[in-house]
Write a protein of this length. Structure first.
Length: 707
């Protein structure tokens, strides 16, 4: 089935471009490959747009599978008439399909089922059809003590149970009540049995707001509080009578007969006992799913910013994992991150000795930069290092160490640094993060990096999938050096994965590296499809073919060679000579599968081979004289670094071992809808301290009116 037209309507993109994207996805092309190397086919869609198409494609496939199952199931039960078949085939949502399937689903032993077993179905039919009869007299005929029907009232009660279930199974009614309930329901918050006196959820007690408009962070916080038995949530509509009228208008024709009155009574029972509890569950699921989408998006955007942080580059680094009592762990790394030396210094107990040791190590290993983890004693250690006279410019950088302990205890760390204990491994990770954040951070699970909101409350499968896509996107955007990249970094390259990454490492060990990209085809299990998807994202710096050091795909090498030939030079000369490149008339090389977008990308790569798309590294410093939260004063102006961005605000490291919060309302004097439009991770900001709660370690900051 072709879903292109439906998807195009959902994502507001041309049908032809969407159809091409769907075709490429069905051919197992990766999002990164399609976005980079198939621009003509998709109309230059970016990764986000292609990702949405894939998401909608998968959703529609799942819905069609369910539709086919429902049609088959009802058909096997003999209930599939032409009208029902048409309604199921025309259903546009999963909930609509499920509503139509409800009468045919296998049932547990409900009150209605038990009433039918007592022979009360014919009485229920009379009530359902609103017959103009004396229903009390009619009910007398169904009294049967042997079946547990002791009197007429008992018979009517059972019949109403059957009618209530029938009403609940009416698809039209469910859709109307669902629409009303979702639009008008309020979530009301109260204390639960486990509520603590000093509860962190105290601000939400007696809270009330329209459920459909509750922001994602509040939804996740309230649901967490409910799971922890501190808060109780209920869902109510303001006008219950209006809701009942929605039901009555749908299920009754008249209200002046005894049967109709019993039908209304059954409808009330259906609403309170069956329909609303079911729809509350649906509403909760909808709220949770929507909140998950926002939270996962925040997490993914933060992760992208962290992974794309500026690399220091291939420089020799001394890394310090700070500590008071146990000392500061020190490691020296070469320009490729290999461990040269490890040590421990005690700058807070033996300052002079520690300083002499650092000066010696910096000189001995020709250190160009110092990386300091941002944990305990970070700022004091940085102040100590900056107080030393190294006899020249030495970069001193604070590095986010979140997840470094996870790496140090991992199987990979044991494989890379098995002869050293976890404290040394952690310090090595801090140093490597300064050299190349992306290459080091891919070694730990994204969830361990800690740049999201309520990450343990969201759907873990969806979170993992989104973060995986984010890492893949970043790795492919930057590109990977084929002869030096780790197995973990290679595994995120388009078309490769963990198995082929292992095969590449084995090939490097056996052959000493790759001379050209074409050598990839000699790797075990590395076929033409993998080569197509991966080759453009892999770089070989000293290849015999200069194009191997660029993002130009091998499928375009012949085109570049033709450009060089037409210019009367070699490819190497074309890359080196700007005048020759400027003289190339791109229109001459436009073809059926190669348009101006691809040609412009090629020329950009020829201009700057091995270019790094990440921004240039800059140092960050904190205010001297402020080291602890106790030294802060309301009204102070402070320098800080953005460490986390959420839907409700941004957290900022101001050098006191406790991040402060800039609420979204304090970021700007104008209305801010999306914080990411103004702030990014590792951004240097100047803030004002507007509120301080030392006991609860809460620091409130503002960017307003800060000169």
């Amino acid at each position: 089935m072709d879903f292109s037209a439906k998807i195009a309507g959902m994502v507001s993109l041309p049908v032809g471009n969407v159809a091409n994207a769907v075709r490429l996805l069905e051919q197992d092309c990766t999002i990164a490959f399609i976005a980079r190397y198939r621009k003509e086919a998709t109309g230059c869609m970016d990764e986000v747009e292609i990702g949405r198409i894939r998401q909608e494609l998968n959703r529609l496939k799942q819905m069609e599978e369910r539709r086919a199952f429902v049609l088959k199931s009802i058909g096997e039960q003999g209930g599939l008439d032409g009208d029902l078949k048409r309604r199921i085939e025309e259903a546009v949502s999963l909930s609509e399909i499920e509503d139509l399937y409800m009468p045919y689903k296998p049932k547990r032993k409900t009150r209605a089922v038990m009433a039918k077993e007592k022979g009360l179905e014919d009485l229920a039919v009379a009530i359902m059809r609103e017959r103009d009869v004396d229903v009390g007299s009619l009910a007398e005929r169904f009294v049967n003590p042997l079946k547990g029907v002791v009197d007429a009232d008992n018979a009517l009660e059972g019949a109403r149970d059957i009618v209530a279930e029938w009403i609940n199974e009416q698809a039209v009614l469910r859709q109307r009540v669902r629409k009303y309930f979702f639009r008008n329901a309020f979530v009301e918050v109260g204390r639960a049995k486990g509520y603590k006196q000093d509860s962190k959820y105290a601000q939400w007690v007696d809270w009330r707001e329209r459920a459909a408009k509750a922001p994602s962070h509040r939804v996740l916080a309230l649901f967490r509080a409910e799971r922890e038995n501190e808060l109780r949530l209920s869902f109510q509509v303001e006008d219950e009578e209006e809701l009942k009228e929605v039901v009555y208008r749908t299920v009754t024709r008249r209200r002046d007969t005894s049967c109709a009155r019993h039908k209304i009574k059954a409808a009330d029972d259906c609403l309170g006992r069956l329909l609303l509890p079911s729809l509350e569950t649906e509403l909760r699921t909808w709220m949770k799913d929507r909140a998950d989408v926002v939270a996962i998006d925040v997490f993914s955007r933060n992760l992208r910013q962290l992974l794309m942080s500026s690399p220091l580059g291939e420089k020799r680094v001394l890394a310090i994992d700070p500590g008071y009592r146990t000392g500061c762990k020190v490691v020296c790394l070469d320009s490729h991150g290999m461990l040269l030396h490890h040590d421990v210094i005690y700058p807070f107990a033996q300052m002079e000795k520690a300083g002499e040791r650092l000066l010696f190590l910096v000189k001995k290993y020709d250190i160009e930069a110092v990386a300091i983890g941002n944990g305990t004693a970070s700022k004091e250690t940085a102040d100590f290092v900056r107080s030393l006279d190294f006899g020249g410019d030495l970069t001193v950088a604070i590095v986010n160490e979140s997840g470094a302990s996870v790496y140090s205890a991992s199987e990979l760390a044991r494989e890379e640094l098995g002869d050293y204990d976890i404290t040394v491994r952690g310090a090595v990770s801090i140093g490597r993060r300064l050299q190349d954040p992306l290459a080091e951070l891919v070694k730990i699970s994204p969830e361990s990096i800690g740049v999201g909101q309520y990450q343990h409350d969201v759907d873990q499968r969806k979170l993992k999938e989104s973060l995986q896509q984010t890492v893949e996107s970043c790795v492919n955007q930057v590109g990977v050096e084929l002869n030096t990249a780790s197995r973990e970094l290679l595994s995120y390259v388009s078309g490769i994965g963990p198995v082929l990454a292992g095969s590449i490492i084995e090939y490097r060990k056996e052959h000493g590296g790759f001379a050209t990209r074409r050598d990839l085809l000699n790797v075990r299990r590395f076929g033409p499809k993998a080569f197509e998807q991966a080759a453009g994202f892999l770089r070989i710096r000293h290849s015999s073919n200069p194009l191997d050091a660029t993002a130009v795909h091998p499928e375009r090498y012949s085109l570049v060679e033709r450009m060089a030939k037409d210019a009367g030079c070699t490819v190497e000369q074309l890359i080196a000579d700007r005048d020759r490149r400027d003289a190339v008339v791109l229109d001459r090389y436009v073809g059926n599968d190669c348009g101006m977008p691809t040609l412009r990308d090629i020329m950009q790569e020829l201009e700057k081979p091995m270019r790094d798309v990440r921004t240039k590294f800059e140092q960050t410093t904190f205010d001297k004289g402020v080291n602890t939260i106790e030294e802060l004063r309301v009204g102070q102006i402070l320098d800080g670094v953005v460490t986390n961005i959420t839907a409700f605000g941004a957290f900022v490291d101001i050098g006191v071992h406790q991040d402060g919060l800039i609420h979204i309302s304090q970021v700007s004097n104008r209305y801010v809808d999306d914080l990411n439009s103004l702030l990014h991770l590792n951004q240097k900001v100047r803030v004002k301290l507007i509120d301080l709660d030392i006991a609860r370690k809460r620091i409130s900051l503002s960017m307003k009116d800060v000169d």
